[in-house]
Design a protein around this ligand. Structure first.
Ligand SMILES: [Zn+2]
Length: 492
């Protein structure tokens, strides 16, 4: 079979994952060789240039269309293809016609005409997870580089969940406490659900045997201190400002932020509810004129929605919020996975996780080697200074340069560790949400309901009194596999 190789360049991602084009090409060629494919073409895409992406995409599509025999498209990972080609519908059509096989090296996944629904679902799910993963990384990169990373040493004592320790070189360091760090993560996870008060979390953790290093029990106050400590996700406060520290985070910031939101929610419960945003505010457009559908409070009791009618082409139709919620609830109730499907997805995810972990290890090894090389350069430079081959000024300048380089490498390593956890959480979210979507929705605060809606739905439109919508991946396939809800869907 003949094959086309795709490699992707992205300045932003190249920084973080060191995915050089030659390395990508080498892996793809090796894959082609193993599968006994003849390489027809190799394409490289510049992510930062939309124009470049589109024209090259057309070239690839045309080549596949014109080909008299089916072709294989080899890509490093789902994310490489999907980010480059948002319009993967065209690729999918070619696949269905039997003109194309897509090979994802890292996922060990081949999508062809004969792919069954479980493979297609795996593809959808991988796209979804890859997207969340990439978003997380680029976000973190920006945040970290904006804040110039200082030395990152701990100020004060290590909080519960960490231990003060000594590293191989005899330097003081802080490591996650093997007996407690897992429990700390649990504290955040429990509280983030919004189902437990701090007292309740404290009780659960006491029952699980969590105590302080000195043996004291955990109460509400300790839980509050834990939930408010940024150290757990990699930052420490010094003189009112946040600085990243160099030790291993126990949780990701996302989880920390979620707890903060929950805390605010509890705080606001005694206050007037009407100052909170409405469930559908800003989420629905009028299908007739494209204007926003806005909420209005009527008789101090009911929430009604109507078209803002900025263009003056619509009749004002008022619709009760409960009417809008009906189709939404129907969809959420239908997102139910059979145990068999959950097992399938979990297995796929853990396979994907394994391949990704190998990749991570490779990258971490590379960063570690670079770090050690810089260390070696530093000691050589010190010799030069002692022998008088460098002036004090030259030495200081170089020292600063190398230290900066090392800090950057440390920052990158930290991103990897964080991205790993966030991936896991995303995958978990998909599963747990799918299982209990309706229940979670009904018991949630307005802001959580909105988050959930945006997680599952897209393109809400109001047509007359009907709410139209599209589902986000992977919920569209999950629903297709189960019972299809009766509610109208957008565009079909
Ligand atoms: Zn309208």
């Amino acid at each position: 079979m003949k094959a086309i190789i795709l490699a992707r360049v992205s300045t932003e991602l190249q920084l973080i994952d060191g995915q050089s084009i030659p390395a990508q090409l080498a892996r793809a060629r090796e894959y082609a060789f193993k599968k006994d494919f003849n390489i027809l073409n190799e394409y490289q895409f510049d992510e930062s240039s939309t124009k470049d992406r589109r024209t090259k995409f057309e070239v690839v599509i045309n080549q596949i269309k014109k080909s008299k025999e089916p072709l294989a498209l080899i890509v490093e990972t789902v994310d490489r293809l999907q980010r480059s080609f948002k319009e993967s519908v065209e690729l999918d059509d070619l696949r269905k016609d039997g003109k194309l096989e897509i090979h994802f090296i890292r996922e060990n996944l081949v999508i062809s005409k004969d792919s069954n629904s479980s493979e297609i679902q795996r593809w959808d799910l991988a796209v979804f997870v890859a997207k969340s993963y990439v978003l997380q990384i680029s976000d973190n990169v920006k945040r970290t580089f904006d804040q110039k990373i200082k030395q990152g040493e701990i100020i004060g004592v290590a909080p519960i969940g960490y231990l003060n320790s000594v590293d191989d070189n005899g330097n003081k360091t802080v490591i996650p406490d093997p007996d407690r760090s897992y429990h700390i993560q649990e504290v955040f996870e429990l509280y983030s659900t919004g189902n437990h008060s701090m007292e309740a979390v404290a009780k659960i953790m006491r029952d699980k045997g969590l105590n302080t290093v000195r043996g004291a029990t955990i109460g509400r106050r300790q839980v509050e201190l834990i939930l408010k400590n940024t150290f757990y996700y990699g930052w420490q406060i010094h003189k009112g400002k946040l600085y990243p520290h160099k030790y291993q985070p126990i949780i990701i910031q996302d989880l920390f932020d979620k707890c903060k939101e929950v805390f605010r929610g509890y705080d606001g419960k005694t206050k007037n509810h009407s100052d909170k945003p409405y469930i559908f505010q800003g989420l629905i457009k009028c299908s007739n004129c494209g204007c926003a559908i806005t909420p209005e409070f009527k008789k101090n009791k009911y929430v009604y929605y109507h078209c803002t009618n900025h263009k003056g082409t619509c009749k004002k139709v008022y619709l009760n919020q409960n009417e809008l919620l009906k189709p939404v609830m129907e969809v959420l109730r239908n997102i139910s996975l059979s145990q068999e499907m959950i097992d399938d997805i979990t297995e796929d995810l853990s396979n994907y996780e394994k391949s990704k972990n190998n990749f991570h290890e490779e990258q971490l090894k590379r960063l570690r080697t670079n770090y050690d090389n810089t260390d070696r350069k530093l000691s050589m430079m010190y010799e030069d200074r002692l022998d008088g081959r460098l002036t004090a000024d030259e030495y200081d300048k170089k020292l600063e340069e190398f230290r900066g380089e090392q800090n950057k490498l440390l920052g990158e390593m930290k991103q990897y560790e964080q991205a790993n956890t966030s991936y896991y959480i995303t995958a978990n979210q998909v599963l747990s949400l799918a299982q209990r979507a309706a229940e979670i929705f009904e018991s949630s605060e307005v802001y959580e309901k909105r988050q959930l809606l945006e997680f599952v739905f897209q393109n809400f439109q109001l047509k007359g009194k009907n709410l139209l919508y599209k589902l986000k991946t992977p919920f569209d396939t999950v629903l297709l596999a189960g019972a299809t809800p009766k509610g109208a869907t957008w565009g079909g």
